[in-house]
Ligand binder design. Sequence first.
Ligand SMILES: [Zn+2]
Length: 409
Amino acid sequence: MSANETSVGTRFLLYPQSPNTPGYDKPELVWVSDPQGSILPGPANDRMYVVNPTIHKEPYEYPYLPPYSGPKAPPTEPSPDGHWDHIAPDDPAFLGVHVFGCVARILDVWEGYLGNRVNWHFSDTYERLEIVPMIDWANAQSGYGLLEFGYRTMPDGARDLYALNFDVIAHEIGHSILFSEIGLPRPGLAYGPDFRAYHEGVSDLCSLFGMLHFDTAMDRLLRRGSGNLMALNELNRVAELADERQIRIAGNARKMSEVGEEVHDKSRPFTGAMFDVLVQTYHDLAVDRGLVDLPPGSIPDARDINSDVSHTYAAAFEADYELKHFQLKGALADARDQVAFGLAHSWRRLDSEALTYVDAAFAVCEALQEQGQGNIAETVVECMAWRDIMTPYDMHMVGRGLSRTPAWF
Ligand SMILES: [Zn+2]
């Protein structure tokens, strides 16, 4: 293909969830933005490359760091026309191709929201990210210039390979994106009090919003609840029923008073609040667009799935659901993009050395207000206040279009 021809991108086969998840055993055809033919054997491009060691490799740990210099399999070749969907999932080379495609996909999604290219935070040392898709290790890690994956042993003894798990890959790249966008504290200085928990939670959100770019995931989520995500959310909170790990994590009901200092535990209230914002924004759009017959502007608190109001709500979504599926999917895509945009544009307002949850919540509100999405900013305050991250006083400030500029800003 000549340089003058326009390219619509490069094809990959990606699993939206681990293929061991019910309903997700088939990969989906996805286009990534790299021009057709530009991804070199490996796969490799100008910011990452895959290596497949042929001997046992220990996980990287300082001072053992990339680049990998041991024996390795020959690089995987693209198809003659420059795509990567010709490699079947049962081919050993599929693992590396899958991780590469997932990372490229996540970067496409979040660079689209940010409006800029993500430059690796380790670019002073390493030009490119090294991806090792499979080592004999019950874990996965992203680090300085590296991304490597092991596996989880399932109850039946089979291995659930992290290289096939979009959620794990997206979460790890979420950390890299955050380090690149928010930065690292200066040497010798500490992280802000909520920085590590924020990092864990927002990496989970990077994965959640990434998953919502898969048709398979959008269709399954909507059809399971007949379009009523509030019901799905609430059922998950009671019994962690969601098939998608991202929903199991984000659809939680934890408040700040109920979590400890352990970073994953402490990450739940902020993640849960942002998920509630997504669900509420989607429901608001569905009402505004006349897709569900509910009074305009009044979104009831349907958190209690046994309440009358939640039954009314569920019935409004269920009525003629199949006739509105695609329009509701459009509303969910718009809600996804509006909320993710606010989150992405909050990062440049944050400081890793002073980061607190309340400042992070305000930064999301400010980014949304800047985009003319003041109504979603108010939803953010409501959801953050429910988690004890913001206060009713903060609601008053945001409601009047005021921003609370953090002291360190
Ligand atoms: Zn993490």
